[in-house]
Design a protein around this ligand. Structure first.
Ligand SMILES: C[S@@+](CC[C@H](N)C(=O)[O-])C[C@H]1O[C@@H](n2cnc3c(N)ncnc32)[C@H](O)[C@@H]1O
Length: 232
């Protein structure tokens, strides 16, 4: 699925500052240009980390817009992003959390996680030029998420799993105790990465897990999971 934004299909971010929209358009374009130069799935697993250490691999623009709408619909103000890279999707999360907080009260928080320091530095530089104060809600934690997500989360409304698949279940397990009833988890590429997600989906789909899950048919899929903690 690809949603071109035109007069009939306006972006849900049409109200965002022009500088923010221009930056997002530029970064999505850069990310796609990089990806057209190599096939992620053809990279041998032992070379994968090095091959992608300087790549955006940003969440597709149409998926970012859908996630933004989900966040606005659910009123999410406290969000965790597993996999921040150069911080493209993070801007959408920060916009939605800040707009929700302005409408509903509370403080917006987007906890980002990135283990490549150079990417984290560049993400901060992009946020500084984003033209929106919404990015002040971002708490970027640099390092392995298995450490950085251990503390300081509080209640969480939404988790974006845009991470190498072996990290998806560890991220979910760290955030799970903080998820409020009705919290939403979105995981990218459940179709193309089905094998890598085996453990995550076995966990989520286990009877009595409290999770329910559906694939939204974007390109390569987009898993939308809802959590209601099971009665003890
Ligand atoms: C698909 S990219 C994220 C793209 C980003 N969400 C966006 O849309 O711009 C995944 C990122 O996760 C980072 N990553 C992978 N394993 C990690 C780990 N264990 N802890 C923290 N970050 C990790 C990678 O360095 C990579 O930049």
């Amino acid at each position: 699925m690809s949603i071109p934004n035109d007069a009939q299909h306006p972006s849900p971010l049409a109200h965002a500052p022009a500088a923010t929209r221009a930056l997002l358009a530029r970064l999505h374009e850069q990310s796609l240009a990089q990806e057209s130069g190599f096939d992620l799935r053809a990279v041998p697993s032992e070379q994968f980390k090095a091959a992608v250490s300087d790549k955006f691999i940003a969440l597709d623009e149409d998926k970012c817009q859908f996630v933004y709408q989900l966040l606005r619909a659910s009123g999410a103000r406290r969000i965790v992003e597993a996999g921040t890279s150069y911080g493209v999707s993070t801007i959408y999360l920060a916009l939605a959390a800040s707009e929700n907080a302005a409408a509903l009260g509370g403080q917006p928080l987007v906890v980002g996680t990135e283990h490549e320091e150079a990417k984290a530095d560049q993400a901060r530089a992009y946020w500084a030029e984003s033209g929106t104060d919404a990015v002040k809600a971002i708490d970027l934690r640099v390092g392995d998420l298995r450490e950085t997500l251990k503390t300081g989360l509080g209640d969480i409304d939404f988790l974006l799993l845009d991470i190498w698949t072996p990290m998806a279940l560890p991220a979910l397990k760290l955030v799970q105790p903080h998820l409020r009833p009705g919290a939403v988890i979105v995981a990218d590429n459940p179709i193309t990465s089905a094998k890598g997600y085996t453990e995550l989906f076995d966990y989520v789909r286990a009877p009595g897990s409290g999770f329910s899950s559906i694939n939204v048919p974007y390109s390569n899929g987009l898993e939308m999971i809802v959590y209601y903690p099971p009665n003890k």
